[in-house]
Design a protein around this ligand. Sequence first.
Ligand code: ADP
Ligand code: TRP
Length: 323
Amino acid sequence: MRLLSGVQPSGKLHLGNYFGAMRQHIENQDRHECFIFIANYHALTTIQDAKLLRELTRDVALDYLALGLDPAKALLFRQSDVPEVCELAWILSTVTGKGLLERAVSYKDKTAKGLPASMGLFSYPILQAADILIYRSEAVPVGKDQVQHIEMTADMAGYFHNTYACDVFVMPKAMLNEAAIVPGVDGEKMSKSYGNTIDIFDEPGPAKKKIMGLKTDSTPVAEPKNPDTCNVFALLRLFASNEERAEWAARYRAGGMGYGDAKKRLAELYEERFGPARERRRKLAADAGYVEDVLAECGRRARAVAEGVMEDVRKACGIVTAG
Ligand code: ADP
Ligand code: TRP
């Protein structure tokens, strides 16, 4: 099955991004044909600083490679290395009613948070649909917040098929992971816009400090505690094996355990999981050409797939190319 997912290079990646999205992307490389791209055109809706966007784009690539994405198994590329997505986005926009986009929850959320209501932000779901359809992706692993965009993608594919009596696209399905919302240090959803993140590549010192500062209730040490309502446990369970998870749940319920003990173990597990990746990242970052070579080569391969689909699209709607 062909899987595709995009990540916006809009800031440092955190545990919510890892457990909610990246981990699945990386695990899937052994089971499926995976296309992972860095959505730098989309990021222009929020990042309007050339140097910063270049850096963040490279950072996402380094993060994925350090965490185990293997370019021999999966394609990791920049959205902009396949500029045909913009052409397809335009074509899709001509068969899509404005009403569909007016129903997009993410546009309402983002403008409510104060982002300027640019045309790019408004038509964001059309570009996302083009990303998905241009590779005939069958499944799109995303978090719950993106499901509406995948449904809109199927709608747009349908509009094109109806308008031109053709069948050029594959209808994509959202692939949801079971990971619940990962809480941040204050217990709210971890998000870079809330400033409550624990980043994947934090240095051990600052990461431990954030973990020890996780918000908990004031149940005294001796008393039983409820793991199901505790932020520390919500994070611990993501890192721990099934046995260890059950052990900690039992310790919570038995009482006699302070939250500090669970936090210390969480800090250790964080380090076990991300310490080696941090080292790999450092080495990769020192090799100036490597990341660029991976992105460029994967981009070429992705573009070849996109070109084939675009030929069918152009033919279907009467856009004639030279030659
Ligand atoms: P942020 O909220 O920090 O801006 P994004 O919206 O860029 O994060 O999220 C990128 C991906 O990471 C999405 O697929 C989203 O579902 C996932 N994700 C982000 N935060 C969390 C979280 N706290 N819990 C689970 N998944 C998350
Ligand atoms: N909108 C997605 C997000 O904010 C990023 C994205 C862009 C994407 N194009 C995509 C995700 C195509 C999946 C498929 O997380």
